[in-house]
Design a protein around this ligand. Structure first.
Ligand code: SF4
Length: 1011
């Protein structure tokens, strides 16, 4: 380095430009400093690819001096997208980071700096008073409900698993039922659809596995821009000869890298996929052996079931709900579903499906979707060619499928395609739900959601007032000896969860504390949209908003902001300020009239704390701590512990309403220095023996002894008698009994050559990398595709991936069906649990360009909920709002932009709100590229820069020209300050999927004018 500098001085005196030499010296200096620094590994905190990064921390100052991609990480192999590459700007080097506790008093017009000692007792007082004053012991029917509807809770998929678990724990102990997080508005339909069809709600395969596919259908996603490091594996498959198809309204960077792009009108995916199902069946492209043996295709449906003119049997028009009593199978005398193995029975699932989709002709589908018949045939032919044993087709989707009134059914339609083609449970196959946020998989596993408890156990409802009633309802029973029916272990999972929460206080005599939990009213929903509807009515008094920005991200944002104005208090936890925390000084708001007390608590960023996060492929990866958070910043886990401890102290001192779940809550998650211990929390989640326990395995003839305090080695060891505590049975097994944290594993071995990396991190369940992998073998356990040998039954044992259930293959005496989480053990083509029909059916979006549904007399999904407050805020096919709009994200921003808009490197690349439109529409409207335009819907308006492209083209729908436009959802008013931007969600409707209430962000109607 001194040589370079010396040379530079000499050259300088001769008048040469020293810039490059100095830059070289700087680089050498930096490398030297990095060499002297302490390295730690972390995981990117944006999308769900779960890329690895290495942080270098100056040993002297304790500050991070560099962050770069982790070359050892099997997913990103050192590469990063724009957001990952800008990770350094999340550290305290960013001047916009929150550093102090901030408080805004009633009527105040600015933040005041406070400290934890001041804020904690004040927050605890407000929480307790609100809870005590508004607590509901019994509902209108006199049923015990023990809940508090006056406190709402939102977020977060952007914190670590251990923090998520503490959040869900705090909310349940307080009695909160209006509780949700980002999964609701992004991937809740994935869980609804995939769990219905296969038994679990997760991505079936994982990112690296995409390299094993022969055909990749990307539909409902702009993967190259939104999951860039996952997309690397798509391009690797392409290099090996795979065909990659992109079906999307816009031509994007994903389209540019695919073999071909097919544009389709937003909101018509079921029509497109219905046509594909019809094509597969009529052209006998399905994998018959698979369909027959591994799915419900042969089951006989009750004769009272029917479908007529867009409605299934059992519809109640007044309630907009189905009675599903006729959506059932016939059973034989021994209680096993009747089957027709010829698939010819007219009421077999297969024949009903065939009849249903025979209506989806090429003409019909082309007229609805705007896709030419040639393009339809091209996709159908290429994709259905994977319906043979030695080919694999995979599907990658994201919000383009979930954010619709038919979100669950979009995905369900693809599950039908994949089951017909035998593409589930195989390497290079499956349905890849690419989650948006870094830990939306984990935050869903840990159930920061109103309708489930950790591990996808159901939230108790009012009619289930005892644990016995609850367990009887939710523990499935199968009479079929071939069905593993793994959820028959429900009591072990539930009792262990209650013990994790209430420990010694949970006894058999008090139903293990079950009655202390809040209970929902039967049939009532408490989702994000319901929560903000209630807030808008002024019935929610206090609100926790953790790592989220609802004022930007939630549909019908003006309604959301009006709701926030009615709160008594709001507690925010985040690393940057945002539009939700500052709702009181949003444009047009008179802060003097707003009584809300607002607490904004400074949190540590992702690399400033240790803990685990789960990527979409269910890899639970441990992050090391690189440094402390700046100033008063502490991890969200610590904030939760401190708030709850302050509340506990108040109840202990003063008493109060329904104190049991608060006072009895096991709350020992601090380390010896009084800080949040992610390790202690992770071990509680994994599970621990509370007593000395002997576990007998009758099949193996073994007995194993475990000591009190020893960690549970896996969920197979959990007990229903209170001897084990386990915070989330799905994750049980992430530690060994000896306390080794498998989430930290960094083994790079790949024995199958399929990119499973079994020793890298921990994949739930049980380390399994590809779910339902017993479908990859025939009835005797021989791989269908020996070239991609995922699993094989050899010499009486399974070899390859961790088998999805240890039992032998189906043909063996003790063999079991492959979908072990399904009561009947098989893939469910006929969706008995769906709110809007057992077969996906095309309905038009709530707001769309057509006045008639070409498929039936039912224009819109008959089972969606339309909120009272929004009924006059719907306008379809009108001259006033003639254009279809869809919303999306870009590589440089993340979700509402609440983190990325504060980062100059990213903001420089994507500085402000825009609306993309076709050159045809722009010409019609005399709008020039770069001009500012006003975009309005019946709910509100927003301005944006016009981006005129040929990437969007007008569609011909039912013979008429329909224009589609698109806007990103990454902008708000608070920052950057030099634009006139605000959220796209002023335009979106408060309506969502009939099954999971994921909002419709992807298809509604707007107008465009010059601003
Ligand atoms: S945003 Fe996603 S793709 Fe980009 S670096 Fe982070 S995890 Fe990887």
């Amino acid at each position: 380095m001194s040589g370079a500098m010396g040379g530079g001085v000499a050259l300088s005196s001769l008048g040469f430009n020293l810039g490059p030499t100095r830059a070289y010296a700087d680089e050498l200096n930096k490398m030297n400093r990095i060499r002297m620094a302490r390295q730690s590994t972390t995981i990117c905190c944006y999308c769900s690819c779960g890329c690895g990064l290495v942080c270098s921390t100056d040993k002297g100052t304790g500050k991070i001096i560099n962050i770069e991609g982790d070359a050892d990480h099997p997913i990103n192999e050192g590469a990063l997208c724009a957001k990952g590459a800008g990770f350094f700007q999340m550290t305290e080097a960013n001047e916009h980071r929150l550093r102090k506790v901030l408080y805004r008093g009633p009527g105040g017009d600015k933040w005041e700096e406070k400290d934890w000692e001041w804020a904690l007792p004040r927050m605890a007082r407000l929480i307790k008073d609100t809870r005590d004053k508004n607590f509901i012991k019994e509902n209108a029917k006199g049923e015990l409900v023990n809940r508090c509807e006056a406190i709402g809770h939102y977020g977060s998929s952007n914190v670590d698993n251990e923090e998520c678990w503490l959040i869900t724990t705090v909310a349940r102990a307080l009695g909160v039922v209006y509780m949700d997080h980002q999964a609701r508005v992004c991937h809740s339909p994935s869980v609804g659809a995939l769990a219905e069809s296969f038994g679990r709600g997760s991505m079936t395969n994982h990112y690296i596995d995409m390299q094993n596919a022969d055909v990749i259908l990307i539909m409902g996603s702009n993967m190259a821009e939104n999951h860039p490091m996952g997309f690397r594996w798509v391009t690797k498959a392409q290099e090996r000869g795979a065909k990659v198809i992109h079906v999307d309204p816009r031509y994007t960077r994903t389209s540019a890298r695919c073999d071909f792009h097919v544009p389709l009108r937003s909101g018509t995916d079921i029509a497109f996929l219905g046509g594909m199902i019809n094509y597969i069946i009529e052209n006998q492209k399905y994998f018959k052996e698979y369909v027959l043996n591994y799915t419900h295709a042969s089951f006989i449906v009750d004769e009272s079931f029917y479908f007529k003119d867009g409605l299934f049997s059992g519809y109640d028009a007044d309630k907009r709900k189905y009675n599903k009593d006729t959506w059932v199978y016939e059973y034989d005398a021994s209680g096993i579903p009747r089957r027709d193995m010829t698939l010819q029975h007219p009421r077999s699932v297969f024949q009903l499906m065939r009849e249903h989709y025979s209506r989806y002709t090429l003409d019909k589908v082309s007229g609805i979707t705007g896709v030419s018949k040639d393009n339809l045939l091209k996709v159908y032919e290429i994709y259905s060619a994977t319906g043979v044993p030695d080919k694999a087709g995979t599907e990658c989707y994201a919000l383009g499928w979930t954010q619709h009134t038919v979100g669950v059914e979009n995905i369900r339609a693809m599950t039908l395609v994949q089951m017909l083609l035998g593409n589930v449970g195989i390497a290079g196959g499956g349905i890849n739900a690419m989650r948006g946020e870094p830990n939306v998989q984990g935050s869903t596993d840990h159930a920061i959601l109103y309708h489930i408890l950790p591990g996808y156990l159901k939230t108790p409802s009012a009619s289930l007032d005892t644990l016995e009633k609850y367990l009887t309802k939710y523990t499935p029973v199968s009479k079929d000896p071939k069905s593993a029916n793994y959820y028959s272990n429900y009591p072990k999972f539930m009792v262990s969860l209650l013990k994790a929460w209430f420990d010694k206080a949970a006894t058999r005599e008090n139903d293990f504390g079950y009655t202390w939990l809040p209970k929902m009213d039967d049939g009532k929903h408490y989702s994000t949209m319901h929560m903000f509807d209630r807030m808008y009515e002024g019935k929610i008094k206090g609100f926790f908003c953790i790592g989220a920005d609802n004022a930007v991200s939630t549909p019908n944002a003006s309604k959301v902001r009006k709701g926030l104005e009615k709160l008594d208090w709001l507690i925010g936890e985040n690393i940057f300020d945002n539009e939700t925390y500052q709702f009181w000084r949003a444009p047009g708001v008179d802060t003097k009239n707003i009584k809300t007390e607002v607490f904004l608590l400074p949190a540590s960023a992702s690399m400033e704390k240790e803990g685990s996060i789960s990527n979409s492929g269910r890899w639970v990866q441990w992050k090391e701590k690189a440094c402390d958070g700046p100033d008063q910043c502490i991890p969200v886990g610590e904030i939760e512990i401190k708030i709850m401890q302050a509340v506990k102290d108040l109840y202990a001192k003063e008493g109060g309403v329904h104190p049991e779940p608060i006072l009895n809550l096991y709350w020992n998650y601090l380390d010896k220095d009084g800080h949040f211990s992610a390790t202690k929390t992770a071990q509680r989640i994994n599970g621990v023996f509370l007593e000395d326990t002997v576990i007998e395995d009758k099949a193996k003839g073994t007995k194993t002894e475990f000591k009190k305090g020893q960690l549970v080695p896996g969920f197979g060891n959990l007990q229903a008698d209170g001897k084990t505590a386990c915070g989330n049975w799905c994750i049980s097994g992430s530690y060994t009994a000896d306390g080794i944290n498998k989430m930290k594993s960094r083994g790079k071995e790949d024995p199958t050559g399929l990119g499973l990396f079994p020793n890298w991190s921990y994949a739930w369940p049980v380390g399994r990398r590809i779910l339902y992998n017993r479908c990859s073998v025939d009835l005797n356990g021989k791989p269908y595709n020996p070239q991609r040998n995922l699993l094989e039954w050899k010499d009486g044992k399974w070899i390859g991936d961790v088998p999805d259930g240890p039992w032998p293959p189906m043909a063996e005496k003790e063999g079991k069906y492959p979908f072990i989480m399904q009561r009947d053990g098989l893939g469910a083509i006929f969706g008995q649990g769906m709110a809007d029909g057992p077969f996906p059916e095309h309905y038009e979006p709530l707001e769309g360009p057509l006045t008639k549904n070409p498929m039936s007399g039912q224009l819109i999904n008959p089972a969606i909920e339309i909120f009272k407050s929004d009924r006059d805020k719907i306008e379809r096919a009108s001259k006033k709002f003639p254009y279809v709009i869809t919303t999306y994200s870009c590589t440089e921003h993340w979700c509402s932009g609440a983190l990325t808009r504060w980062q100059s490197w990213l903001l420089e690349a994507q500085p402000e709100q825009y609306i993309e439109m076709s050159d045809v529409l722009a010409k019609e409207k005399s709008i020039k590229n770069g001009e500012r335009v006003k975009v309005s819907s019946v709910r509100g308006s927003v301005t944006a820069v016009a981006m005129v492209t040929q990437r969007l083209k007008p569609f011909t729908i039912e013979g008429k020209t329909v224009h589609q436009v698109g806007m990103p959802f990454n902008y708000g008013w608070l920052f950057p300050k030099d634009t006139k931007d605000d959220t796209t969600n002023f335009l979106t409707p408060t309506v969502g999927c009939a099954n999971t209430f994921c909002p419709e962000y992807k298809a509604f109607m707007v107008n465009i004018e010059k601003a």
